[in-house]
Write a protein that binds this ligand. Structure first.
Ligand code: ARG
Length: 466
């Protein structure tokens, strides 16, 4: 039986009927729908609509539906309009007419808002766990890399040496921020729409606080118009995921670049690569390319949501049904991206020798050289000019700054002394970036210890939501 056939004299156009159904995708929400229905059923007893016996039979029916939903065939139903209709149909099939009582005093508008919100909350908790594992991998690899150094780049041109650990922790920073945004989104979304009715609030005296508490929400939503049409939680979530996807895309881009023969800083794990059907020698970074590609989808999902909601009058409009799929797409895509990236990052090998060799040329100590002169009283602009001329001399003579004969050096930098050379070694250059957030080994050790603490705090929070 349709949920709304009474008012209609003509049957629906069959193609329209099929086309407007959301069950093919919202059946993902079956667990959430059952949980919200249990809470509503209990509130109906308090409101005097259900007897204790009817409640028991409804709860048994809902549990049975939950059990059967474990088999995918059970969720094949060409008649169900959406997950709400499906559960009602099945409930009535299991327990008879009493099943129809469950819909007293509620609307699918509040149900879908509740189900989707619960889905987002569950997805956030799952993603936080996976992000925690990825961060654990990044931090552990950074710890293991010790004082290994690599070039850093600006404009993709060699800039200054940094510790490999410093580079890995740069990505950890991004993912810590993503995790913080997810936690923030979770705090804000944790309000229960149940009891909002179709638009103006329920017509039965339902205990909204009890329903909210049963579903793990902090409190009931404050306004029924807003609650039944709000998808801010979905937008915030997917926008957060789009930023997460962007970070993964940047990491992937560097992995692809660094795995090229020309860089050779990382060796691709075979378990996360594929070959070419044409060129026998190839080992391609497909995992990273797909991760870079998936970002486009998630950014698109965020855009779809924003455009769907933009311009909707209050309150529920059927357009809102279109907010479901981008949420599922982004959540499911990112869940796999985080897992694959974590696997890749624990398996990828670093070629420290190649990295170290790359640091040895390309004048990555030129800035340190200029600051050596500054320490001897030379104004920075003049020091920059002098070292620039020294670099020019080296380019013409095919050597590095540390290879310059002292006499030549003095022609450009009269204030330089013999200790100039000892300031240009890798250790000296790294060591001079000795500020908070800098790459001096002592600073990086401190950053690693802090990352460990933040990771522990993250795991503590996850534990609280488990
Ligand atoms: N399947 C619908 C959706 O996802 C459920 C809400 C339907 N409400 C309505 N008034 N037709 O939006």
């Amino acid at each position: 039986m349709k949920m709304w056939a009474g008012r209609f004299r003509q049957p629906l156009d069959p193609e329209f009927e099929r086309w407007q159904r959301s069950f093919p995708f919202d059946r993902r929400l079956i667990e959430e729908e059952l949980a919200a229905s249990r809470a509503h059923a209990r509130a109906l007893v308090g409101a005097g609509v259900l007897s204790q016996g009817e409640l028991d039979s409804i709860l048994r029916g809902l549990d049975e539906i939950g059990r059967q939903a474990a088999t995918p065939e059970f969720l094949q139903d060409d008649e169900a309009e959406d997950v709400h209709h499906f559960v009602e149909k099945r409930l009535v099939a299991l327990i008879g007419e009493a099943g129809y009582k469950l819909h007293s005093g509620r609307s699918r508008n509040e149900q879908i808002a509740t189900d989707l919100c619960l889905y987002v909350r569950r997805s956030i908790d799952n993603l936080q766990r996976s992000l925690g594992e990825l961060l654990e991998t990044l931090v552990a690899r950074a710890e293991k890399s010790g004082v290994a150094a690599m070039p850093s780049y600006t404009h993709l041109q060699p800039a200054e040496p940094v510790l490999v650990a410093h580079w890995l922790l740069a990505y950890a920073e991004m993912f810590f921020r993503d995790s913080g945004r997810l936690a923030d989104c979770r705090k804000r979304l944790n309000q229960c729409p149940l009891g909002s009715g179709a638009v103006a609030g329920a017509t039965l005296p339902l205990d909204r606080s009890a329903m909210a508490a049963e579903l793990g929400f902090d409190q009931p939503t404050a306004n029924s118009l807003d609650a039944t049409s709000d998808r801010d939680f979905a937008l915030e979530f997917v926008q957060t995921l789009s930023l997460l996807a962007i970070h993964f895309s940047r990491l992937a881009e560097e992995m692809i670049l660094f795995s090229t023969r020309e860089f050779g800083f990382v060796r691709l794990p075979e378990a996360f690569s594929t070959g070419s059907s044409a060129m026998p020698q190839k080992q391609n970074p497909d995992a990273m390319e797909l991760i870079r590609g998936k970002a486009a989808r998630v950014i698109g999902d965020a855009m779809s949501l924003a455009v769907t909601v933009k311009g909707l009058p209050l309150a529920y409009n059927k357009d809102l049904q279109e907010t479901q799929e981008p949420v599922f797409s982004a959540a499911e895509t990112m869940q796999t991206v985080v897992a694959i990236a974590a696997g890749f990052m624990s398996a990828v090998e670093f070629d420290y020798d190649r990295m170290q060799a790359a640091v040895g040329s390309g004048f990555m100590n030129a800035m340190a050289a200029a600051h050596y002169l500054v320490a001897r009283g030379v104004p920075f602009r003049r020091a920059h000019e002098q070292i620039g001329q020294a670099v020019q001399w080296c380019l013409e003579n095919h050597c590095e700054l540390e290879d310059m004969p002292f006499g030549e050096l003095r022609r450009f930098a009269p204030e330089a002394d013999h200790d100039f050379y000892s300031r240009l070694t890798l250790d000296a250059v790294l060591g001079c970036h000795n500020v908070e957030g800098g790459t001096a080994p002592a600073r990086v050790r401190h950053a690693l210890a802090e990352a460990r603490e933040r990771l522990a705090a993250l795991k503590g929070e996850q534990h609280a939501h488990a």
